[in-house]
Write a protein that binds this ligand. Structure first.
Ligand code: SF4
Length: 334
């Protein structure tokens, strides 16, 4: 299903994802034949407005990181279309993707793993410039110094190696590297999850400042609803490879509609004693994406499941004000 493609006339989308699927084959038997598929992403459609931050939240195994990698074309989609800046890049080969790679960057969760420990900070930031530009050595050095200063590090940090920095500083270096090519769109895959809580807010504030300064669009992936709330304009909630609900941040946090979103939000500690939500305990575990439940993927854990939920997969319904929910509770009878 698609999110009101007719609204495109009015909207400046940097990226549109249409019915994206990413299935990983499961091999078995002596002949290693394909005996099934892990449906990591199973029919996701979303549009991202230029300059906004779209938060994507879900439990581990919800498919949010795989979705990010597919949108960046670090993985090929099994099905579906990725439209970036009005170009369908779904089937682009490496040569066609090369100029696109300048505009799309990623910041990963673990700055320990994502930064090569044998390279100095200067080399790390220079690497994309060497591959993608014809900048001279002194221009690259100046660019590295300027980026380090933008992310709150001193110019002499460029002469050091990743192990000489704290986790928060390392993530600042990852951000500087991601910004080296002046990208338009950055996927942030759990960028603060590995950091101490005291450092998380600093890095989130830095990312918000850089977004304004560089006119960036973010897809911000996290499992933590409070982190997503801090930085997002809109939030999509994923469950078992599908979008359960997507809405402007205020609508989603004030009036969550999907039973899964309600359960997730009920677990977020609130300082507002008058509006504390009753905690909803979900029964069971996340089902296997290799064998998702029929109909609504959430039905095995949903307190409101009824017969229709097992028979028919709910489509994302427009309930007004940019709020969409995939749940039969909101289907109006004809
Ligand atoms: Fe629950 Fe049914 Fe709605 Fe799924 S469609 S969330 S099972 S009520």
């Amino acid at each position: 299903m698609q999110l009101k493609p007719e609204t495109k006339i009015d909207q400046d989308y940097i990226l549109e994802a249409r019915n994206i699927k990413k299935y990983f084959p499961i091999k078995g038997g002596i002949l290693k034949k394909t005996i099934g598929h892990v449906k990591a992403v199973d029919g996701v459609s979303l549009n991202i407005l230029r300059g906004e931050t779209l938060g994507v939240v879900g439990e581990s195994g919800s498919g949010k990181s795989t979705l990010g990698r597919v949108l960046l074309r670090l993985m090929n989609p099994t099905e579906g279309q990725i439209i970036f800046e009005n170009q369908d890049i779904s089937n682009f080969g490496n040569r066609q993707l090369r100029p696109i790679r300048r505009d799309m960057q990623v910041v990963f969760q673990d700055p320990y793993a994502s930064l090569n420990s044998k390279m100095s900070v200067q080399e790390l930031i220079e690497e994309p410039l060497l591959v993608q530009t014809k900048m001279s050595k002194s221009e690259r050095k100046d660019k590295a110094i300027s980026l380090l200063e933008k992310v709150g590090l001193r110019a002499d940090a460029r002469l050091k190696y990743p192990h000489e920095f704290s986790g928060g500083q390392r993530q600042r270096i990852s951000i500087a590297r991601a910004l080296a090519l002046n990208p338009k769109f950055v996927i942030c895959d759990e960028p603060v999850s590995a950091l101490d809580v005291s450092i998380q807010a600093q890095v989130l504030n830095l990312m918000a400042d850089l977004q304004d300064e560089f006119n960036l669009t973010y897809l911000f992936i996290a499992h933590d609803l409070s982190v997503v709330k801090h930085i997002s304009d809109r939030v999509a909630v994923m469950y078992l490879g599908r979008i359960a609900e997507i809405a402007p941040k205020k609508n989603l946090y004030d009036t969550p509609l999907h039973p899964y979103t309600r359960a997730l939000l009920s677990a977020v500690p609130s300082t507002d004693v008058r509006n504390r939500r009753e905690k909803i305990i979900l029964k069971g575990d996340l089902p296997s994406p290799s064998n998702p439940p029929s109909g609504c993927a959430f039905r095995t854990r949903c307190p409101h499941a009824h017969d229709l939920c097992a028979a028919v997969r709910p489509e994302l319904l427009d309930v007004g004000n940019g709020h969409y929910v995939a749940c039969h509770l909101y289907n109006k009878p004809n």
